[in-house]
Design a binder for this molecule. Sequence first.
Ligand SMILES: *Cc1c(COP(=O)(O)O)cnc(C)c1O
Ligand SMILES: [Zn+2]
Length: 414
Amino acid sequence: MGFVKGLKCRECGKDFPKEPLHVCSFCFGPLEVDYEYDEIKKKISRETIEARQPTMWRYKELLPLDNEPTVGIQVGFTPLVKADNLAKKLGVRELYVKNDSVNFPTFSFKDRVVSAALSKAKEFGFKTVACATTGNLGNSVAAQAVQGNLESYILMPANLEQGKVLGTSIYGTNVIGINGNYDGVNRLCSEIADKYGWAFANINIRPFYAEGSKTYGFEIVEQLGWKAPKNVVVPMAGGSLIIKIGKAVKELAKLGLIDDSDTKLFGAQASGSSPISTAVKNGSEFIKPVKPNTIAHSIAIGNPADGYYSIKAIHESGGWAEDVSDDELVEGIKLLASTEGIFTETAGGVTVAVTKKLLEQERIPRDESIVICITGNGLKTQEAVLGRVGAPSIIKATIEDFDAFMEKKECFAA
Ligand SMILES: *Cc1c(COP(=O)(O)O)cnc(C)c1O
Ligand SMILES: [Zn+2]
């Protein structure tokens, strides 16, 4: 395998070699992995892909490695759930949930980007990997570093949910909590990357890391029977995932694996950290950084690295963006759980609630296919719903107590 030509500046188009670089030295634009699409086209078909193992690496020709993956080879191929109960509730015809809350090994879509990043870091010869994280990325880097025999350092805002902190520390990594928000953590990590020469998944090897997100889009299309969805609703933090879902659909069309690629991209944020959706709604091309204030910590980035390009991708697709309050996102979590039996984290609550809002605004047509992107697991952000759901009824272990419970229940129901 190995169809990577090199890196290319997204802004000025200048070519760079396959190295741990992420910024254009001429115009400071972001670098992106560039492939030999003509060669890939000769190599893969729907049939070759379908015959492979059900993991994200079944699309390996479109991923940024020169050799076979060495870290996270079992990641991906999560369920695409036909969400008929939620569809009925929302009044839409064809609705799906792409459920990365059960991704292996750490229950979020970040397992995809980390598998790509750490496999690439090993190809580059790095011994130490690291990241700036809002939670899920740290979980995944820590877990997959263990698997890849790499040393790891995880830097995160000190106020993250217990499930996210514990879900990192358990792997025996170096966890560092930073006072303040993610944007400060990210700035610090850029300095550390330069000084210590580690592979920061989402900083100096970001172009390779970000490519892993495409597999979320490839899988949606394959699982729909090699058909691109008409509408997809995506939670946005740095804005990378939404761009890469758009890129995934376009690549499959370019390779002749699908006919249509007119998927509209809809971005979802929490109102307390909504620089991207605010720009889209204001018709602005540029991000105005904000200071995050929301319980949706996993997507609370005030100065998103891919903000500008995510706005562009949304506009070019004919989509839109919205944001919701913390109360609305909690209702979104409960709605998905009570209709589809899927317990998502705060980011998923945002995505469900934004979908509802965009339907009410008639931005998303009710008679077209819609995919809701569920990217993380609710067991990691229990604080968000504590006290917002019913508590168990406590009884003695006797049939009399149980009978009394049933009677009381019926009397409440009546
Ligand atoms: C990181 C993350 C996202 C979005 O990531 P981008 O930075 O926009 O690519 C969405 N959902 C969850 C749960 C995340 O952890
Ligand atoms: Zn450039």
